[in-house]
Design a binder for this molecule. Sequence first.
Ligand code: PMP
Ligand code: GLN
Length: 390
Amino acid sequence: MKPTNSVFTGLETTVFERMSRLAMEHNAINLGQGFPDVDGPQDVREVAAHTLLEGPNQYPPMLGLPALRQAVADNNKRFWDLDIDWQSEVVITSGATEALADSIFAMVEPGDEVILIEPLYDCYLSLVKRAGATPVFVQVNAPDWELNEEQLRKAFSSQTKAILINNPMNPTAKVFSRQELQLIADLCIEFDCYAICDEVYEHIVFEDQQHTPLMTLPGMRDRCIRIGSAGKTFSLTGWKVGYITAPPNLLEPIAKAHQFVTFTTPPNLQKAVAYGLNKEDAYYAALESDLRSKRDLISKPLAQMGFRVLPCEGTYFVTCDFSATGFRGNDVAFCKKMVEEAGVAAVPISAFYGTEGPQTLVRFCFCKKDEVLQEALRHLQTWMGQFAAV
Ligand code: PMP
Ligand code: GLN
């Protein structure tokens, strides 16, 4: 028989699913896949439940419910001072994952190059390849994950159609500095290309750090496609409600891709997310401070156990280097042993690379109840004791 599509055939199941399955098999505490263990705000869920019962439950408008598109535009204004026309510049998708697929399919084609920054969120590479474009990799490296000007410049060419940036960045927990964003903006303008900005963690940025959407930089308003996710902002990852903000001429083909990928998103969830986005500033402040305290709760004990805990400026992930613990083996072996023996699941960072990546880094997800984190730390403490620190 003829072969099935070469991008997806034989592709590994995502590391998140694999680690969650392993966690279940071993009855382990799952600090691997990124999802909170407490559902988001009750009032937001009540709006969804009420709307589900009261209806309507038929196809909403293809671009999304007007109330939600308005709420996305308002949120852009409230937090980032972006003036967005909700009618021509916003589309609602079934999660940021669909938003990424729609954006990539609408923007690139064979012959185009797309710059990807490694470590990268796993779906980027397959989507770019499926669109027929050529990925060009630029790595940022631990511990600072700083973008190197020379390397980035080298990645741009006359073939570059777009750069995909994830800010705040999963799995590095890095928030791009103003200078780095300026560098990206300058190169996008010089090489006349677009930026697909995965900003799903826009509201999870800690203390003295400041999230700046690339779209707000001079000259970038018309070149950026900005993606958000209700899953992250409202701790409701299973809802899969995403949103794209882009200038009308870019949104137009993206909406056409959307109309043939999912066409629309469940109306009750859209209505509830519209309500959620309009929540008071205190909601957003609490999201940040709760997660910050969880970050702090696990960071020090992890360091005391012998991990080198890398800086965490945003997202709900912390990356640790285990090379000083005396463990012999790579990150995949470390995570496998840890889930089997310590009963704690994490994610090996090498899974976030299309090319060769580092081999001694693991990512812990900390959006879990304090007692769950404490229990995981107890398990780890005992388990880590067996390795002779070097
Ligand atoms: N981008 C990044 C960087 C993510 O971490 C996630 C996490 N799930 C997504 C996109 C996908 O978001 P969604 O669940 O809304 O599809
Ligand atoms: N974004 C989540 C993470 O990084 C995973 C989402 C998924 O499993 N597709 O853990």
